[in-house]
Design a protein around this ligand. Sequence first.
Ligand code: COA
Length: 336
Amino acid sequence: MPKASLISIAAYTPSRVLSNFDLEKMVETSDEWIVKRTGIKERRIAKDEITSDIGTKAGELAIKRSGLKKEQIDAIICATISPDHLCMPSTACKIAANLSLPHGITAFDISAACTGFIYLLEIAKSLVESGAKKNVLIIGAEKLSSVVDYTDRSTCILFGDGAGAAVVSASDENEILNVHTASDGTQGELLITPGCGSAFPASKETLDKKLNFIHMAGNEVFKIAVQTLTKSVLDILEKNNLTSDQIDFFIPHQANIRIIEAVKQRLNFTDEQCVLTVAKYGNTSSASIPMAINDAYEDGRIKNGSMLLLDAFGGGFTWGSAILKFGGKNYCDLNA
Ligand code: COA
C-alpha cells in the first residue's frame, strides 16, 4: 500500500489589515480587551477577492512547491464555511478552473468548520493510500468577513480571511502517520450560522434577524474546546506511542491564545515547539492550521522531516488531530 505524505505547504492572505484599533472605531471594545482575552492584534480582510480567489493563490503556490505539474494533480478538495456560493458550484470547482487543473478532475468542498484541514488530511491520505488518487490538492480557504456581523463585538474581533494549501502525494518517506477526526452534533447551536440554508431560507426576515452571520456562545465553546483538544492530543500521542518531547512542532488551530496556552501547558509543550499566528491573522477557520504551518516553513523552522502535531476544534462540533513528518522539499515563492 502506498504511503501518503504532505509534500508542500503554502498560504495566501489578503493585504488589507484590520487592527484592534480599527475595531475600536466600529464597536464598543478596546485593543487591551481583545489582546488579553484572545491574543489577537490584527486580522486580514479581503476586499475585492472572494473565497475562491484567495484559495487559488494558496493552491497555485502549493502546486509549485510540490514540484509537480498541474496535469499531475488528480483531485482538489476545499474546506470552507464561507464558500463563494451556498450550494453550487463548489469553491473547489472554481479553484480548479482558476488554476486550469485537468479537465474532469475530482473536485468537491467539505464543511467541517475550524477542523476542516484535519478532515482534508484524512480524506487525502485515504485517497492516496487506497490508490484511488496520486496527488491531491487540499485547500482551507475562508472569507469569514462575509459571514461576520461587524456590529457584534463578541464575534467580529475574532475572525479573519486567508487560505492555506498543501499537496498530499504517494511517497516512501515522511508519511502522514496518523489522522483522527471526530464530531458531536448535539451542541451544534453553540457555534452556528443559522440562516440561508433549508432551516431558515434567505428572506427579509432572515437577514433582519442577522441569521446569515456567525453566532457563538463564546464562553461555553471555550470550555468545551479546551477539554476536547487536550484529550484529542493525548489520545493521538498515546496511539502512536509518542510523547510531547518527540514532536518538533505543535501547530494548533489559531482561535484564541488562551485555548492554545491551556492545551499547551497540560501537554507540556515548550514555547519553541508551539507555532503561533493568532496575533496577526486571528481565527481563519479551515485556513488557520495550513497558514500556521506555512509561517513556520517560510521562516525556516519547519524543515523536510520535521515531526508535526496538529489539532483543531470547531463548529459542529468537530475536532481532530494529526501527526505527520513534513515532506516538503522545493521551497520557492510564486514568482520563482
Ligand atoms: N470587547 C469588550 N467587551 C466584550 C467584548 C469585546 N469585544 N466581547 C464581549 N465582551 C464583554 C461581554 O459583553 C461580557 O460583558 P458582561 O460581563 O458585562 O456581560 C464580558 O466581556 C465577558 O464576556 P465573555 O463572553 O464571558 O468573555 P470571554 O472571556 O469568554 O471571552 C471570547 C469571549 C469570545 C473571546 C471567548 O469566549 C472565546 O474565545 N471563546 C471561544 C472562541 C472560539 O475559539 N471559537 C471558535 C472555536 S473554533
